[in-house]
Design a binder for this molecule. Structure first.
Ligand SMILES: NC(=O)c1ccc[n+]([C@@H]2O[C@H](COP(=O)([O-])OP(=O)(O)OC[C@H]3O[C@@H](n4cnc5c(N)ncnc54)[C@H](O)[C@@H]3O)[C@@H](O)[C@H]2O)c1
Ligand SMILES: N[C@@H](CCO)C(=O)O
Length: 380
């Protein structure tokens, strides 16, 4: 035990568990869709916290199912069978059946967590929310997809289940909620600027010409920073989606086609299957070496920067910034978000920290789950 942990364990004045635990006992049925890098870490975090949440917060999390792209696991009344994760308990995936199973009979609180990167899954949100299921996701597809679908999701979440998506922008950092709080307290957003890609932040920090860009990109993929298809990061589309999400949060009807995006993906690799793209990554090395040399010649550093203003101007691209620029001093996957608002007009409000990776992203999703759970009424 480190000294801090032992101090907490031995301290005679440790705070008692929350009083409300017994009087606010609630059960939340949870189904997870997409047990990939983020989804599987989230499952581990939920399991690790289950007992503590029941004891200290009166929240019983009941994991009732996991759906992957081709198969799903549903719990049943037989604990022995539930304990087995083998072919006997897995069955072909069927999202309607999955959602109905998690919703269950009667009035129980139920939530679907979408950790896939599937548009087909995102298109189900309006129906799930309208049926009273809560939805939490790190996937940007719904919040930055077609505006009409986004509006249906917002409408369904007004009277149905609740919808939260904090981890869609800068993973576990409190970005969407910070903007929401500013707006809800009467502030007005003027502009947002920053570095919104953990992958590109990490690549820009690591890339000094010693190792080829392609080798670093393979490493970023293995570390779980990239999107399932790393072209979503390199093309700037992942960052464009984050700008669209923030703009819509502020009530501006932005869509992806409104964002001016500079892509780093060579045209000949834009449409090939992802496996082929990964096999041909070396084709990125020469153009990226040129960008680095140009930045170094100007005594600058490469940084991937995005901006959005209240006239709807949104742009995303790679820049050579002076070494003294605030964005030049970030580390690892650090994202920076600068909100300029009426209140923070002269000196912007800053959110900064790691912006990618399964652990921090899963924790952002988990925090959304807890915020919804806090608001649930006690039901028999
Ligand atoms: N990795 C990060 O740092 C990070 C950060 C923020 C947000 N996100 C978002 O989190 C989501 C998951 O990212 P990841 O890195 O875990 O990706 P991943 O590819 O590791 O996992 C995605 C999982 O979803 C499954 N899947 C695909 N289609 C499905 C379907 N129709 N039904 C059920 N499952 C399906 C895949 O089989 C895979 O297991 C993505 O939307 C991503 O944009 C990731
Ligand atoms: N691939 C994304 C994950 C976080 O959205 C990034 O690198 O920023």
């Amino acid at each position: 035990m480190d000294s801090c942990a032992s101090l907490i364990a031995e301290h005679p004045y440790r705070l008692p568990p929350l009083q409300a635990a017994s009087s606010r006992r609630r059960t939340l049925a949870v189904g997870l869709i997409g047990p990939g890098r983020v989804g599987s870490v989230l499952l581990a975090q939920l399991r690790a916290a289950q007992e503590r949440l029941a004891r200290e917060a009166g929240l019983e999390l009941k994991l009732c199912g996991v759906a992957a792209s081709r198969r799903m696991w549903l719990d049943c009344d037989d604990p022995e069978l539930n304990a087995q994760h083998d072919a006997q308990t897995w069955r072909p995936a069927d999202l309607d059946q999955f959602a109905a199973h998690v919703r269950g009979e009667g009035q129980r609180h139920a939530m679907l967590i979408d950790c896939s990167a599937s548009d087909m899954v995102a298109s189900q949100y309006p129906y799930w929310l309208a049926s009273g299921l809560h939805v939490v996701t790190p996937s940007k597809l719904a919040s930055s997809g077609p505006l009409s679908r986004w509006q249906s999701i917002r409408a369904a979440s007004q009277y149905g289940g609740r919808f939260r998506y904090e981890a869609t922008v800068c993973a576990g950092l409190p970005v969407v909620q910070t903007l929401r709080d500013l707006l809800d307290t009467g502030d007005q957003l003027l502009s947002v600027e920053g570095m919104f890609s953990g992958t590109l932040a990490w690549l820009c920090c690591q890339y000094d010409g010693q190792r080829p860009f392609s080798a670093l990109l393979r490493e970023a993929h293995a570390l779980g920073y990239t999107e399932p298809d790393p072209r979503d990061d390199l093309s700037g589309m992942d960052v464009a989606r984050k700008l669209v999400i923030l703009a819509r949060e502020a009530g501006w009807p932005l869509s992806l086609h409104d964002v001016a995006v500079e892509s780093l993906v060579p045209a000949e690799l834009a449409e090939v299957p992802v496996e082929e793209f990964m096999a041909r990554l070396e084709q990125l090395d020469a153009p990226m070496a040129q960008r680095l040399a140009a930045a170094q010649a100007a005594q600058g550093v490469l940084r991937h920067v995005a901006s959005l203003d209240c006239d709807g101007r949104a742009r995303v691209g790679l820049h050579a910034l002076p070494a003294a620029h605030a964005f030049a001093h970030t580390r690892l996957t650090d994202n920076i978000v600068q909100f300029r608002t009426q209140r923070y007009r002269d000196n912007p409000l800053l959110v900064q920290g790691p912006g990618a990776g399964p652990e921090v992203t899963a924790a952002g999703v988990f925090a959304d789950l807890l915020r919804i759970a806090e608001s649930l009424e006690v039901r028999a």
